[in-house]
Design a binder for this molecule. Structure first.
Ligand code: ACO
Length: 430
């Protein structure tokens, strides 16, 4: 939103006036779009620590306060009063739905939960021991080969159908990736179950025995989906936007987002965090690992700690922690040694000057893994569950980008540090 103020940049005898844009909340933004044209210079910001790459009205984070808003609503309120599909509607449409709108939305998502039967053959092409994230990247990308009637991104109706398909089918795909990895038959979705219960059913039922979905676990599952639904312009969301800026189809864009999410610095941290807790094993070994995390010469980091934006408690981690206590109590595993290690580690890290000075607080991944493990998921499923939860955020951001009339293909520039122009030499003379 344009402002009357400008920022003045002076260098090499040139003075350039740069407009200042005011957000509805958060820091002002200096508009440098014309900087190269007017000043023949680029800005340099690897990792985008000071760069707003787009205008967005979906999610807002105040990292210092530890605040997260979806369309203006605090995450704590949504976690307490709402549920995942209502949050999906909110993220996609900007407003909470009326009762009729919600019923219609839930019905539409539910009617798309089955996958094209030929996709089953596609799954079978993967190695038996494939990581479910590897399978998901492939299968979601392959959706563009199965759903030709929702690939035209210039048609709003096709964009809508693609969105519904992705939100509805990602749990089916994630559950199938899991079933395939453990050598069990695929379980078809049940449309009489809610979104989270259906996912648990597809993961844990077998043809010989139906899984009885415990409502409290379905609620905890739904909460995990809700807390991961969107998170502003993080690495995977930016990947989806960049892929989409070229006009790539939505399935290809979401597959790109899943690939990016897999990294241990991003969505892969929940798996890495649980593996780290297992490696630590007992409370008495925590000091050794904390010392390693602080050692500049050791690449080890405390997984589940630190965040690019939050310099305070991740508000999702607070909600997740309460849920972890409830789930473990319900399942009778409150003496879980991993939870004891996690609690003690959190306590030590929050008091340690290294972590305090660097403002390294537990993030959402610190507790989600403990809940998921207690529910019976192997660590390899943690990131797929994050991916299916985040799909709605990626789609909302992708749709917002497609609808932006000022949108252009994303094309960063560089600070070139390579050789200057030189003559080619023949292989015999090198
Ligand atoms: N353990 C130990 N030291 C850490 C940690 C950690 N988990 N995280 C950051 N630091 C230190 C760094 O060594 C660095 O120290 P220095 O200033 O002395 O060099 C300082 O804190 C700043 O860290 P950066 O890496 O510059 O911060 P950045 O914003 O680039 O990274 C990240 C954020 C990737 C999340 C980082 O904190 C990390 O690797 N955490 C562990 C992985 C993790 O939990 N990721 C999940 C993120 S949340 C999500 O995706 C859902």
């Amino acid at each position: 939103m344009a402002d009357t103020r400008t920022a003045t940049l002076t260098f090499d005898g040139k003075t350039i006036e740069l407009p200042i844009l005011s957000p509805t909340v958060g820091p002002d933004v200096i508009d440098i779009r014309k900087l190269y044209a007017q000043g023949d210079v680029f800005t340099y910001d690897p990792g985008f620590t000071s760069t707003a790459a787009c205008e967005s009205a979906i999610t807002y984070i105040d990292g210092d306060k530890g605040e997260l808003l979806y369309r203006g609503y605090p995450i704590e309120q949504l976690a307490e009063h709402s549920h995942y599909l209502e949050v999906c509607y909110l993220l996609l449409n900007g407003e909470l739905p009326t009762a009729d709108e919600l019923a219609d939305f839930e019905n539409r998502v539910t009617r798309h939960t089955m996958l094209h039967e030929q996709v089953h053959n596609f799954f079978r092409g993967f190695r038996r021991d494939s990581h479910p994230m590897a399978t998901m990247v492939g299968v979601v990308g392959a959706m563009s080969a199965f759903y030709h009637d929702s690939l035209d991104i210039t048609d709003p109706w096709q964009r809508e159908v693609a969105s519904m398909r992705l939100i509805a089918k990602l749990p089916t795909i994630a559950a199938m990736a899991y079933k395939y990895s453990v050598g069990q038959p695929f379980v078809y979705p049940r449309n009489d179950l809610d979104y989270a219960s259906n996912f648990l059913h597809m993961c844990f039922s077998v043809p010989a025995e139906q899984y009885k979905v415990e409502p409290a676990l379905a609620k905890a599952m739904d909460l995990i989906f809700t807390l991961h639904a969107d998170h502003e312009q993080n690495a995977s969301t930016s990947t989806v936007r960049l892929a989409g800026s070229s006009g790539a189809n939505p399935f290809a864009c979401i597959a790109a987002g899943i690939a990016c999410l897999w990294g241990p610095a991003h969505g892969g941290a929940n798996q890495a965090c649980l593996e780290m807790l297992r490696e630590i094993g007992s409370v008495d070994r925590i000091p050794e690992f904390v010392a390693r995390a602080k050692d500049k010469n050791d690449p080890f980091r405390l997984m589940g700690f630190g965040h690019r934006v939050y310099k305070n408690f991740d508000p999702r981690a607070k909600v997740m922690k309460e849920s972890a206590d409830e789930v473990l109590e319900l399942l009778g595993v409150h003496n879980n040694p991993l939870l004891q290690v996690a609690k003690e580690l959190e306590k030590i890290a929050l008091e340690d000057p290294y972590f305090v000075e660097k403002k390294l607080y537990p993030n959402v991944d610190f507790y989600s893994g403990i809940i998921l493990e207690a529910m019976g998921f192997p660590t390899s499923m943690f990131t797929p569950i994050f991916a299916l939860s985040r799909t709605v955020g990626w789609i909302s951001q992708w749709k917002e980008m497609i609808g932006d009339p000022t949108g252009r293909i994303g094309r960063p520039r560089q600070l070139y540090a390579g050789a200057t122009a030189r003559e080619y030499t023949d292989v015999t003379k090198r």
